[in-house]
Design a protein around this ligand. Sequence first.
Ligand code: FAD
Ligand code: S2G
Ligand code: ZN
Length: 462
Amino acid sequence: MTPHDAFLDTLRAAVGASHVLTDPDLRVSYETDWTRRWRGEALAVVRPATTDEVTAVLLACAAAGAAVIPQGGNTGLVGGSVPRAVADGPQVVVSTLRLRDVEPVDALAGEAMVGAGVTLAALQAHLRPAGFTFGVDLGARDSATIGGMIATNAGGIHVLRHGPMRAQLLGLEAVLADGGVVRRLPGMVKDNTGYHLPSLLAGSEGTLAVITRAHLRVVPIRPRRAVALLALERVGDAVSLAGDLRRSLPELAAAELFFDDGMELVLHHAAVDRPFPNRHPAYLLLEADGDDDPTELLADAVANAIGVDDAVIASDEAGRARLWNLRERHTEAISAEGVAHKLDVTLPLARLAEFIGRVPVLVTATRPGSVTYQYGHVCDGNMHVGIIGPAPDDEAVDDAVLRLTIEMGGSVSAEHGIGAAKVAWLEADRGVADVSAMRAIKRALDPGWMLNPGVLLREAEA
Ligand code: FAD
Ligand code: S2G
Ligand code: ZN
């Protein structure tokens, strides 16, 4: 007998005994985050299959005084999707992976309705036969879920054209801490009927509700693609070129910036072919798409660009994938080096090159011997900073880089969210009034602070 037996029986009655995991060996993959920097222990992992089952689970957790950790694909990078290392009471991971219903694509309106547990790759496959794709794409597509992407307001590689997850949302269904279900599913492009709850829940990181379904706008596939990789001497030239192309090349669908150290690490870890005979300080990856082959357009757009030392363009699928690999394999290559301190920040575009130059110097001065890798979605001013060296719980380099970001007028989180990782810097970034307003919303929707405590907001006033 344990003090939680009755609670566990209630959960089993709600979702079925086989979907309440209490065995440590069955729980473990749900208890450690993708970066391996955050882990905690859950009393149980619960896997509801319907909205009603989610409601029953939340009511049971509320009655038992248990914390709820909503979890989708567990690809989040800020420690928001796993149990906390230190908790006052029992923690229950609510996995949404069984919320996998998809409805037929509405080709007339260009919309789709899916369960929160549907992965991005599954959504893309569901849309493809109807001639559609989804405006947000990211490297974790095989595991990241639509619910998790909404909860983190995920960005990815096409923000410069389609915006982040919030911009794809027409409606959603979610279960609140009191078991109430908010539902605006038919979703309309024009819907001025009070507070727009889908927008509020996008980016709420599991702290305001458990998202169960989403009504999404989808985009027609632009069948022809070309990818260019440019080698540049100066970061400033790469940033300027990306900014210019965003205005001058409507076919531009993605613009990613990375550097020599990251390129070498990927070449080492991912065994992919070296694209150029020589090494170069900076690399700009550009993707263009359209109904007609955009290769010539892209080649002409970069032909006279300042500071380009070498270039390669691919229009065939294998060639494009080889170039994308050099950028998309950064995350796993860095992760193979150790437990990375990952800082995903936004800078004003005019200050991005300066930031990129200052960060490695600052990190080395803060923790000598640390290695810094930078890469990201350049047109969004979004730089990912991966630092290897400091112990997982040593936040000195995190503090140095995030304070530099704030000092330079940027955001301490571009697309991954605040999670448990950046709670300490939220007020420095957003200010007392903003955080106080967020706390008021949190208290209104989750007065018991049951949903994802320790994520995004501190429970006690600082
Ligand atoms: P999880 O990790 O399970 O959860 C993330 C957060 O959302 C947690 O706070 C969790 O509590 C909450 N949550 C999850 N599901 C729900 C739900 N149904 N209702 C309420 N709250 C919920 N992110 C980007 O933005 N852009 C990128 O380019 C990008 N590239 C990546 C590449 C790799 C290789 C990896 C590993 C990650 C990448 N990510 C990127 C980060 C991650 O994929 C995103 O944050 C994604 O949105 C997380 O989705 P998930 O289903 O894995 O959510
Ligand atoms: C990316 C993935 C996670 C990271 O590659 O665009 O969002 O920080 C990131 O490596
Ligand atoms: Zn990213």
